[in-house]
Design a protein around this ligand. Structure first.
Ligand code: AHR
Length: 497
C-alpha cells in the first residue's frame, strides 16, 4: 500500500503554542501522594518530591501542568493547602471519596512545578465556592505585597508572587457528577463575574471557561454557546475534554476515534465563531483541550476501592501498544488545529491515567503512551504545516473513509528542522510513504523513529519495557523525495534537518 504527501514550507497552519504539550496533576489517587511526592523514597529531595519522577517529566518537556483538578477542585478550599502543614485540615474529598491530607498545596506545587520546568494552569473552585475565593486565590498567588492575601503568602515563606498566567474557571460544570453542577446559564454568569474580578486583581492573567465534559454530553454545543454568550469578553479560551477507550475490542474503529476528536474541535471552533459573529466581536476565542487521553482500563477496578482512604490507586490504567497509537493520532489531530488549539493537557501525568507510573519505594517507569507524547513535545515545536495527503482509506463500525495514514508535519524554522509524525493504521500491511519535500533543499534524514510491536495488547511495567521506540526506520531521500516504509500499526517520527 502507498500514501503520498506534499510538504511545502509556505503551507502553514500556525505557529504551535508549546502549551499544547501540557499535562495535568490532580489531587486524585496516587498522582500527588505516592506519585510526585513520596517523602522517604530514596530519590526524594528534602521537600519529599521524587527526583526520578521529575526527571521523567523533564524528558517529556512538559511546558504546562493543570492543577489541582479536575473534579477535585470543585470541592477544594485552597486555604486548606497553605500555611503550616501541621495545622492543615484532613478533609473528606467528595469527588473521589478519599481523604485529602492537604500536605501538598499551592505553594509546594508551585515550587515543584518550577523544578519540573513547567508553568502551572491553576483551576479555581466554582462548584462549592465562587467569586470571592477565586479572586482571593489570584491575590494570594499573583499580587506582589501589601494586601491581606499577598502578605499571607509572604508570611507562609513565599516572598515572590507565583505569577500564574493561565487559570481555569472551574471544571466540567456541565456534569451531574460535579460538586456544584450548574446549568449553562448558571455557570456562564458565575464564570463571567469570577473572570471579571480575577482580572481586576491581575489584568495579565488568561482564563479558560469550561466547555462540555465530552462531545456526548446532552447539552453539548448549547452549553458552549450559552457559556460563551456570557463570558466572551472576559475569557481567552473555552475548554474541551475527551477520553476514549477500545470498549468493543475493535482496533480499526478504535484508531479512528481521532476523527471524532477532529470533528469535536471543528464543532467548538464553529460555536465560538458563531458567538463572535453574534457579538460582532473582533476577538477570537481559542481552545484549551485541557483533558484528553485514553481512559477505560481501570474503570472496573476503581469500583472496588475502599472509600475515604488516602491516595488509593485510582484510575491506574495500564496502557498497551494500541493505546500509544491512538495517543499518537490524537496528538497529530491537535497539531492539525494549531491555529485554534493553544493549550492541551494530557490527562494526567503521574499514576492516574498517566504516561509515568511509580512503584512505592521503587522505580518510576514509562507507559507505552509516554513515547508519542514525548516525541511530539520534543520534536513538535515550530510551525504546524498543512500537508497535502492522499492515503488509502477504510471503513470501520462507526467511521467511513478513515485514512490509513494519519500524519502531519512541523517545521522548526529556527533550527532548520522538519519533522513528520505518522501513524499507519493498517492492521496487516506496511504503508509506503512518498513525500514530496520540494523547497526543503539540502535537508537530510536525521533519524526515523518507529514505535511498533507484534502484540497490540503489549504493555510496559516496572520490570520490562516491552514497548519502546527504535531508530531503524528506513526513511531515505531519492531525487528530492522522501520515501519511508511505515510498518503495519506503527507510530513514526521522521526527522530531517
Ligand atoms: O482526569 C480525571 C477526571 O476526568 C477529572 O477529574 C475530571 O475533570 C474528568 O471527568
Amino acid at each position: 500500500k502507498k500514501a503520498k504527501m506534499i510538504l511545502e514550507k509556505d503551507f502553514k497552519i500556525a505557529e504551535i503554542d508549546n502549551r499544547i504539550y501540557g499535562s495535568f496533576i490532580e489531587h486524585l489517587g496516587r498522582a500527588v501522594y505516592g506519585g510526585i511526592y513520596e517523602p522517604g523514597h530514596p530519590d526524594a529531595d528534602e521537600k519529599g518530591f521524587r527526583k526520578d519522577v521529575t526527571g521523567l517529566i523533564k524528558e517529556l518537556q512538559v511546558p504546562l501542568i493543570r492543577y489541582p483538578g479536575g473534579n477535585f477542585v470543585s470541592g477544594y478550599n485552597w486555604e486548606d493547602g497553605v500555611g503550616p502543614v501541621e495545622s492543615r485540615p484532613r478533609r473528606l474529598e467528595l469527588a473521589w471519596r478519599t481523604t485529602e491530607p492537604n500536605v501538598v498545596g499551592t505553594n509546594e506545587f508551585m515550587e515543584w512545578a518550577k523544578q519540573a520546568g513547567a508553568e502551572v494552569n491553576m483551576a479555581v473552585n466554582l462548584g462549592t465556592r465562587g467569586i470571592d475565593a477565586a479572586r482571593n486565590l489570584v491575590e494570594y498567588c499573583n499580587h506582589d505585597s501589601g494586601s491581606y492575601y499577598s502578605d499571607l503568602r509572604i508570611s507562609h515563606g513565599y516572598r515572590e508572587p507565583h505569577k500564574i498566567k493561565t487559570w481555569c474557571l472551574g471544571n466540567e460544570m456541565d456534569g451531574p457528577w460535579q460538586i456544584g453542577h450548574k446549568t449553562a446559564a448558571e455557570y456562564g454568569r458565575i464564570a463571567q463575574e469570577a473572570a471579571k474580578v480575577m482580572k481586576w486583581v491581575d489584568p495579565d492573567i488568561e482564563l479558560v471557561a469550561c466547555g462540555s465534559s465530552n462531545r456526548s454530553m446532552p447539552t453539548f454545543a448549547e452549553w458552549e454557546a450559552t457559556v460563551l454568550d456570557h463570558t466572551y469578553d472576559h475569557v481567552e479560551y473555552i475548554s474541551l475534554h475527551q477520553y476514549y477507550g477500545n470498549h468493543s475490542n475493535d482496533i480499526s474503529n478504535y484508531l479512528a476515534l481521532s476523527l471524532e476528536m477532529d470533528d469535536f474541535i471543528s464543532s467548538v471552533v464553529s460555536i465560538a465563531d458563531y458567538i463572535k459573529a453574534k457579538k460582532r466581536s473582533k476577538k477570537k476565542i481559542h481552545l484549551s483541550f485541557d483533558e484528553w487521553n485514553v481512559w477505560y482500563h481501570s474503570r472496573e477496578a476503581d469500583k472496588l476501592i475502599e472509600p475515604w482512604t488516602v491516595a488509593p490507586p485510582q484510575l491506574e490504567d495500564i496502557y498497551n501498544f494500541e493505546d500509544a497509537l491512538l495517543v499518537g493520532c490524537m496528538l497529530i489531530t491537535m497539531l492539525k488545529h494549531a491555529d485554534r488549539v493553544k493549550i492541551a493537557c494530557l490527562a494526567q501525568l503521574v499514576n492516574v491515567i498517566a504516561p509515568i507510573m511509580t512503584e512505592e519505594n521503587g522505580p518510576a517507569w514509562k507507559q507505552t503512551i509516554f513515547y508519542p507524547y514525548m516525541h511530539a513535545s520534543v520534536y513538535g515545536r515550530g510551525v504546524a504545516l498543512n500537508p497535502i495527503i492522499s492515503s488509502p482509506k477504510y471503513d470501520s463500525k462507526d467511521f467511513t473513509d478513515v485514512p490509513t495514514l494519519e500524519s502531519t508535519a512541523v517545521y522548526n524554522e529556527e533550527n532548520e528542522e522538519l519533522t513528520i509524525f505518522a501513524v499507519n493504521r493498517d492492521l496487516q500491511d506496511g504503508l509506503l510513504l512518498e513525500c514530496d519535500i520540494r523547497n526543503f533543499e539540502g535537508y537530510k534524514v536525521v533519524e526515523h523513529i518507529v514505535l511498533e510491536n507484534d502484540d497490540i495488547k503489549q504493555t510496559n511495567s516496572a520490570k520490562t519495557e516491552a514497548v519502546k521506540p527504535h531508530t531503524n526506520g528506513d526513511a531515505s531521500l531519492r531525487d528530492g523525495a522522501l520515501y519511508a516504509m511505515l510498518p503495519k500499526l506503527s507510530w513514526n517520527v521522521i526527522r530531517l534537518a
